[in-house]
Design a protein around this ligand. Sequence first.
Ligand SMILES: C[S@@+](CC[C@H](N)C(=O)[O-])C[C@H]1O[C@@H](n2cnc3c(N)ncnc32)[C@H](O)[C@@H]1O
Length: 328
Amino acid sequence: MPPVPFNCSSLLHSLRQDGLAEWAETVDRKTRAALQPQQNGHLDSWLQLLQQVPECPDAGLRVEGDHVAVDGTLSEHDQAILNQQLKALHPWRKGPFRFFGTTVDTEWRSSLKWDRLAQHVRFDGRRILDVGCGNGYYGWRMLLSGAAMVVGLDPFLLYAVQFELLRKFCRPETPHWVLPLQDNDLPDRLDYFDLTFSMGVLYHRSGPIDHLLRLRNSLRPGGELILETLILEGDGDHVLVPEDRYARMRNVWFIPTTTMLAKWLRRAGFRNIDVLDISATTIDEQRKTEWMTFDSLSDFLDPQDSRLTIEGYPAPVRAIMRATRPGL
Ligand SMILES: C[S@@+](CC[C@H](N)C(=O)[O-])C[C@H]1O[C@@H](n2cnc3c(N)ncnc32)[C@H](O)[C@@H]1O
């Protein structure tokens, strides 16, 4: 097996120190397996690109308005190389980011979701798991809000590569990692994280309660889940099961009301369930940009009636829920 080019050795060390040696071995093995060349035809070129990211010894990370921003001294030549590398990692979906002089205006203005949720969550000193974390935009926001550690999981390799590019400008021990893994790679019992996030993932799972059970078991007793997913507006325990595609997405299985979602959460063993926010997704929040040139939300809505998707279902509305794994 090739060496893991992603820098998660500091995570493995922390997990072993915290008594999770078995999970550390699994993470190591599965990460190496996910990074085998046959997993993705682009992987070789992405890994080469990562090795050629310009160095910037005085680089620093901060939040600048809505952006996760890396600053430091970079020559014009290196900035030009970096710009080419950023472009080569199209499409950029979650963000925005600023890399020295270059702003990456992503498809999603993820800062809007961040603003809706961050006001309800305490990050300081907490160990956080973010399942389906994309390129780690939210993880950086969590870390810069005081989280002790953030572990993101996302099986889509390009996002892990985008994350690694930014991480190259951080100290190796920076406690934020994105692993090319999925919810099913979580062990049956982890009992470790103070906070687990699952945002934009539940509707992609054909077994939503299994997903919730895995999230529950990732938490220490008393830990909290932040769940964000598509919902059906209205009361009662109803669920929309799209016949085929929903807003052109093939893999949307269940869109429940918040009442139904609360029932699923209770069945998965959560308590103290709150709805923190309900927002319709707008074409101001999800749109085509020069960094994501494929179709976006406006192409997925009915051109005559933007309250409907192109398939005639209610247009996307998302809820953010909070739930607690009961204490001992
Ligand atoms: C709609 S995006 C949401 C990204 C981010 N959490 C957000 O809220 O903006 C869904 C993400 O979940 C990832 N994903 C899909 N199936 C997954 C699974 N089984 N486990 C973990 N992540 C998954 C996808 O690769 C994608 O990055």
